[in-house]
Design a protein around this ligand. Structure first.
Ligand SMILES: *Cc1c(COP(=O)(O)O)cnc(C)c1O
Length: 383
């Protein structure tokens, strides 16, 4: 059996080997849609690139390796990966999801899948007992996001996975915010890990990519069947870029976490800041759970300016010079976002505000620049 590599080696070598044709150290980009056959059906494992492509396979092996899973599946975007998971289910099936989640995931649940008869309940997952109240014999999936976007609440993956298992319900974790460097949900009993690899995994804001990781053979077969049937697969160039990004994931996440901690501490003591949401604070309501399931706390945080309203929040994000005002997160460069008008605009205001996404909330994706420059930039923008 192949030796199990430690995480910081698996990011570079997990599931990879030098190219058989010419010994290329980096996996080649197989920019091809089809493959020559010597006789009908006589191929070398690849027939058509919607079904499989060698560059995509290399990425799928890589993500499986660093999530401690058996199988990886790559998609054209994070939403395409989630869409494939939801197509496992039938009209009448029920899903329980975190109530504080990525706006696009909320939209996919409510605007697309509800009309095909899936019933989705959005639940505060801070307390597993609450999730237990919603479980019944029709519940097919529990969808977890942790830390949540943008409120940085933490869901106890082990506790929810145990509930799922006892009810014969699949448990999926959107691990985009943490990346496998910070937490590996399959180890805690989850059945499916989903990534918007657009974010930390690719890591350079140059690719849109989705990934799934599972351990179960039958589940992989079903997901691969949907992947091939519906066809939302990524191209080989994007697979190559994501694979390249993953090779430095451990180094980037270390710096994102260090810078995130310093920026959180700076904002926390700032007289013009009302509240900072970051799970690394010891008085964060779920700090203990975060500490138990995460290796560090990453580079994502949110804050509210004192006496803030829509206008003052917008003024701050417009005055930032190093932080770029943009959607997305997880790249080497720092980004600032205004969830109420950007990532979470597709969630109705009443629902959004119930989970804390008020008009004055600002979300930061702290990059890997010199942290002193980031702090000075925030300081001048806050004024
Ligand atoms: C960006 C994001 C998604 C969607 O992924 P895409 O690659 O943009 O399709 C899903 N979940 C979270 C937490 C995200 O940040």
């Amino acid at each position: 059996m192949e030796k199990k590599l430690r995480f910081n080696s698996a990011t570079i070598h997990g599931g990879q080997s030098p190219d058989k044709a010419y010994g290329a150290v980096m996996h080649p980009i197989y920019q091809t849609s089809t493959y020559a056959q010597s006789t009908p059906g006589g191929h070398q494992g690849y027939e058509y690139s919607r079904t499989h492509n060698p560059t995509r396979s290399a990425l799928e092996r890589s993500i499986a390796s660093i999530e401690n899973g058996k199988y990886g599946l790559a998609f054209a975007s994070g939403m395409a990966a989630m869409d494939t998971v939801l197509k496992l289910f039938n009209p009448g099936d029920e899903i329980i999801s975190t109530n504080d989640l990525y706006g696009g995931s909320y939209r996919l649940f409510t605007k697309i899948f509800e009309k095909y008869g899936l019933k989705i309940q959005f639940v505060n997952m801070d307390k597993p007992e609450i999730v237990a109240q919603y479980l019944n014999d029709k519940t097919r999936l529990i969808w977890i996001e942790t830390p949540t976007n943008p409120m940085m609440n933490v869901v106890d993956i082990r506790a929810i996975a145990a509930l799922g298992k006892a009810n014969n319900t699949l448990v999926a974790v959107d691990n985009t915010f943490s990346s496998p460097y910070l937490q590996q949900p399959l180890d805690f009993g989850a059945d499916i890990v989903m990534h918007s690899a657009t974010k930390y995994l690719a890591g350079h804001s140059d690719t849109v990519m989705g990934l799934l990781v599972v351990n179960d053979d039958a589940l992989e077969e079903q997901l691969a069947f949907i992947q091939n049937s519906t066809g939302a697969v990524p191209g080989p160039m994007d697979c190559f870029l994501t694979l390249r990004g993953i090779k430095t994931l451990h180094l980037r996440m270390e710096r994102h976490s260090e810078n995130g901690a310093e920026v959180a501490a700076f904002l926390q003591q700032h007289l013009k800041i009302e509240k900072v949401y970051w799970p690394g604070f010891t008085d964060h309501p779920y700090h203990d759970i975060a500490k138990a399931q995460m290796k560090a706390f990453g580079g994502m945080l949110s804050f509210i300016p004192k006496g803030g309203d829509l206008k003052s929040a917008i003024k701050i994000v417009e005055h930032l010079k190093i932080f770029t005002l943009a959607e997305s997160l997880g790249g080497v460069e720092s980004l600032a976002g205004h969830p109420a008008s950007m990532t979470h605009a597709s969630i109705p205001k009443e629902i959004r505000e119930k989970s804390g996404v008020v008009d004055s909330l600002i979300r930061l994706s702290v990059g890997i620049e010199d942290v002193q420059d980031l702090i000075e930039d925030l300081d001048q923008a806050i004024g």
